[in-house]
Design a protein around this ligand. Structure first.
Ligand SMILES: *Cc1c(COP(=O)(O)O)cnc(C)c1O
Length: 362
């Protein structure tokens, strides 16, 4: 059994993907070929925002977004301690300081009520993460941001395709950033990412930043990065985007079925999706005591699991804000475990997983 099954997806889309790859090989415009622009138009349309700027990874999407807001040394960016390293790493790369606030115990996303207390005159951006494919509480966060006039970057690396109050993730704040890493809900065959915005000025800046700060060939008006999306990856994403909504529906059904099957098991905390949210279940993550022995028991039955994430960001050696305490993030980090989750997980496989879980805890 696979944790994420990319091969079945490829088999289903092989003709289209192979054809699109071949086209790029034939025209050989490997950097900023026509497919990149076409993809950006399609993605912007999908998210219902004015601009999509594709980039070379989700991490670079976050970095470019922070650079477009002129975040620099001496600035603070408020974010969650319970995420992948890239969230805080991108902030630190600009020279700014990540200021963590604790998470909501039900959704695992940043707790809006704690943000306001963390705001200082140095706070120059908020970076909520839409973890596991469920959007953070954006209305509450947007209200705080509006009150203090602070821009928001959504780290939507795990939530492309998700919805918050019938609006698509990536289009909920000033800039939305996503990742096309192969295992993300919409993945390419290497690294890739994108920024989304309705703001014309920021869109122009993002385009310059991803291409060494150029506004014309060899005319560098700012310091940027080598952050373009490969044409080959754009061509692969164009093929995958066509059936993406079917995969989102399958993810939703599989996630909901997991929850139906696990909800009445006392030892397990199933994901809590808020009624106004539509999760894409980038991960299907439960909480359980004695996680490591639980994982071992599933492994013996050939069921792979993963932990997202075992160490809160403030406790990572490279960040080292261990003097600060985030009790909910710390507790959750010890208890979370993700189950196999992808659009091609069959009911039969799911039943095998659930039965193995029941056996493991009894
Ligand atoms: C995957 C991920 C990123 C980084 O994306 P890459 O494409 O791997 O650089 C950032 N934030 C979160 C929450 C992620 O899950």
């Amino acid at each position: 059994m696979q944790f994420i099954d990319l091969k079945t997806q490829y088999k289903q889309l092989q003709e289209k993907i192979d054809k699109n790859i071949k086209k790029v090989l034939d025209h050989s415009q490997f950097i900023m070929g026509a497919e990149v622009k076409i993809l950006e138009e399609k993605l912007a349309e999908y998210i219902e925002v004015k601009h999509c700027i594709t980039v070379s990874s989700g991490t670079d999407a976050l970095l470019a977004a922070l650079m477009a807001l002129n975040i620099k040394k001496g600035d603070q960016v408020i974010t969650t301690p319970f995420s992948f390293i890239a969230t805080a790493e991108s902030i630190i790369l600009t020279g700014a300081e990540p200021v963590f606030t604790d998470i909501n115990p039900l959704t695992y996303n940043i707790e809006p009520n704690l943000i306001e207390k963390a705001i200082t005159s140095e706070t120059k951006a908020l970076m909520p993460v839409s973890l596991y494919g469920q959007c953070a509480d954006m209305d509450a966060i947007n209200n705080i941001a509006a009150k203090y006039n602070i821009p928001i970057i959504e780290d939507a690396a795990q939530s492309f395709g998700a919805e918050y109050k019938n609006k698509k993730s990536c289009g909920l704040t000033l800039i939305g950033c996503t990742s096309f890493f192969p295992s993300k809900p919409l993945g390419c065959y290497g690294d890739g990412g994108a920024c989304f915005t309705n703001d014309d000025t920021i869109a122009k800046k993002l385009k310059e930043i991803r291409d060494h700060g150029q506004n014309g060939r060899y005319n560098h008006i700012r310091i940027g990065i080598n952050g373009r999306l490969d044409t080959l990856q754009a061509a692969i994403l164009l093929a995958k985007l066509e059936t993406f909504d079917t995969e989102v529906k399958a993810r939703e059904q599989i996630g909901a079925r997991y929850t139906r099957l696990l909800n009445n098991i006392k030892a397990i905390t199933a994901p809590h999706i808020q009624p106004h949210n539509k999760s894409v279940y980038a991960q299907y993550t439960i909480q359980i005591d004695n996680r490591d022995s639980f994982a071992e028991k599933l492994k013996q039955k050939n069921i792979p699991t993963a932990v997202h994430y075992p160490i809160p960001l403030n406790m990572q050696p490279a960040i080292d804000q261990t003097n600060k305490k985030f009790p909910i993030a710390e507790t959750v980090a010890k208890r979370v475990i993700s189950l196999p989750m992808h659009p091609f997980l069959s009911k039969k496989e799911q039943d095998i997983i659930v039965n193995a879980i029941i056996e493991a805890i009894s």
